[in-house]
Design a protein. Sequence first.
Length: 466
Amino acid sequence: MRLNSHLMHIAIIGTGYVGLVTGTCFAETGNNVTCIDIDEKKIGSLKEGKSPIYEPGLDVLLERNIKEKRLQFTTHLAEGIKQAKVIFLALPTPPGKDGSADLQYVLDVAASLSKLITRYTVIVNKSTVPVGTAEKVHEVLVQHLDPSLFDVVSNPEFLREGVAVEDFLKPDRVVIGTSSEQAKKVMDELYQPYLRQGNPIYFMDERSSEMTKYAANSYLAMRISFMNEMANLCEKTGANVDWVRIGIGGDSRIGKRFLFPGIGYGGSCFPKDVKALAHTALEMDYDFQLINTVMEVNDRQKLVLGRKIRNYFGSDLSGYTFAIWGLAFKPETDDIRDAPSLELIKELLEAGAKLRVFDPEAMANVQQIFGDKIHFAKDMYAAVEGASALIVVTEWSEFRNPDFDRIYEILKHPAMFDGRNVYSLEKMQGLGFYYESMGRKIVHEQVRETLAVHHKTIVRERGVLD
């Protein structure tokens, strides 16, 4: 059901992940939305209904709203904002070498808007930006624009890649930072169609809103790093991290989410936001030890799986071929920004290994980085052919129940390294693989004894090749 009483003209500047999802979902509830970007090729594709990103459900909404003429795309800023009552800034804020967020794109666009706006407009920072950015945008706008013609609002996004459409249409909360009653009224009206199930909208000052986004992502990153440390300790003590996770997740004060151990967090949000929060603390001359440790733990965790592989096969991996399942930083996305797979690939290549990889969505992005240095397989089983071990890096659903008999037959050596604990120890116990995961005991360690024979074959093949 669409609520036409809430129809608004909205402009979204930036058609990256956040901008495209935001614009499409606003159009879905009946608003008239224009998305603006300087990338002519991208805008051309979007006009044809082709999404530049993989996000479940987005393509359907994109096609529908373009067809219904609620969603338009343009490269012309003046044209795109002409009727807009609300303008969202969904622009890149890439991290600098010191971890600070680069506001160049945000402030440049604000300067352009200051010469184009002619009636009252709400300017919304949708990008993840440092505390105090709303004030900086205001300072730029007021240079050429009467303060009565605009308000700057902070409205951080809390979209999870892979379920971003659902998160936007049914948010668990909406956070709005504004000191203006007029802007508050506009934003409340805009978001009401998404809050019909009783989920709250929180109004607060701009700085608190900006800090909320960094606090949320940094806290979740901290939980992940904590469980990764617990998994490493479980391996040394003989405890099973699966049971530890269940045991603490049952505590209502802790909860069950973000307690799965693995090989480190990645993506577009956690790494960048944790660094930015650490930089903010540094600017305030505050030693935020906990956040600094979270970053250190995550960097270290990305090396754990590679160390397990080299402990098993030796430091020189020349002559060995490994299959990797999963390249994206998480399932249901093609995003490889700060993905643990990239560090693992670099490490194994430097040790002399050959790699055969498969991911349902992210291979094209990884190919842009590594080119022909690795083999991109046509499917998950083709990746395993002739490999000395299978390495699971991303927990895509299609990897959860594979044909283990087939894998056993086509592997040169029956070894599996699971960086996401996709398979239960009980299941692996009866399959005959050497199976090493995170924070749990090794299954069929006696298979290691057959490694000597496999290694002799590798050495012999090396000699033939030489």
